[in-house]
Ligand binder design. Structure first.
Ligand SMILES: *[C@@H]1O[C@H](CO)[C@@H](O)[C@H](O)[C@H]1NC(C)=O
Ligand SMILES: *[C@@H]1O[C@H](CO)[C@@H](O)[C@H](O)[C@H]1NC(C)=O
Length: 263
């Protein structure tokens, strides 16, 4: 994954993993009329409000494509398990992958490993997986005997414009869920997914058909975080949407190479 978009993912993950306890949802309050402030860093403009989700509405969002990132090597579980995956082994890992201590790759690996070692907070499930087999094991553990379904965002057109106005071309469909896990790709020399989720109704999932100004079509999966009261007060989404912490759900489209498991 491109390094720049990695920053964004880290930001989404960090902030969204906070506050998964306290099931009491903030119901949708009347909108405060603060103007929105798109960020000059275009890649941060991924957020919208739950009240934006209606047929015919236009939303201006940045949607990363996985085409502009370098393909990441997918390891088998055996291969992945043979390489240490811990922050304490970073010096050894840098040598192993031939990255200098001061390289951007070293910094990205450090951030990923740190992120993966943060302990989950009450009720939250959080784990990093380094192979598809490990991901399947993780979902079996989380969902038990229930077979989870999977959702991803799909770009249906060959030409993709990263930042543009999209019109919602079909009535958004809510996907009923009781358990959700989102797995985000992380910057690392091979495929690492940071998966986190929880049981209950802290998040709502929607299928949203988007039509771009350039006529492209996207079948997007949007997630709305219903309770933002425990997020960082300065979370960039609040400024972009003109809302205060806890006053309104915050939604974003799931990036293209991420995976949402739900039951
Ligand atoms: C979206 O449309 C608005 C109003 O028409 C315009 O001001 C804005 O620049 C457009 N955004 C993008 C990313 O094209
Ligand atoms: C979701 O749940 C609501 C109410 O519980 C129900 O009316 C609706 O049909 C369900 N939607 C799907 C896609 O199952």
């Amino acid at each position: 994954m491109a390094f720049a978009s990695f920053i964004l993912y880290a930001l989404l993950i960090l902030q969204f993993s906070i506050g998964s306890h306290g099931l009491e949802m903030n119901m949708i309050k009347p909108e405060d009329d603060q103007p929105r402030h798109p960020s000059p860093d275009l890649s941060l403009n991924v957020f919208f409000k739950i009240t934006d989700l209606y047929l015919g509405n236009k939303i201006q969002i940045y949607l990363a494509s996985n085409e502009d990132s370098t393909p990441t090597k997918l390891l088998s579980k055996e291969e992945a398990d043979s390489i240490p995956f811990s922050l304490s082994k970073l010096p050894h890992l840098l040598e192993y992958f031939s990255f200098s201590n001061t390289s951007p790759q070293a910094k990205a690996m450090q951030t990923t490993l740190k992120q993966c070692e943060v302990k989950p907070i009450g009720g939250e499930v959080k784990t990093c997986v380094t192979s598809l087999k490990s991901m399947m094991e993780m979902t079996r553990h989380f969902f038990g005997t229930v077979k989870p379904k999977v959702l991803t965002t799909k770009i249906l057109s060959s030409k993709h414009t990263l930042y543009q106005n999209y019109t919602i071309v079909e009535k958004p469909k809510e996907v009923n869920t009781s358990k959700v896990i989102a797995c985000h790709t992380m910057a690392y020399p091979y495929m690492v997914y940071y998966c986190h989720g929880h049981k209950g109704h802290m998040t709502r999932l929607f299928k949203v058909a988007l039509g771009g100004e350039n006529k492209e079509r996207i079948d997007a999966i949007a997630v709305c975080h219903m309770d933002t009261s425990k997020w960082d007060r300065d979370h960039v989404s609040f400024r972009i949407l003109g809302v205060r912490r806890g006053s309104s759900p915050v939604c974003h489209v799931i990036p293209v190479d991420n995976i949402v498991w739900f039951a």
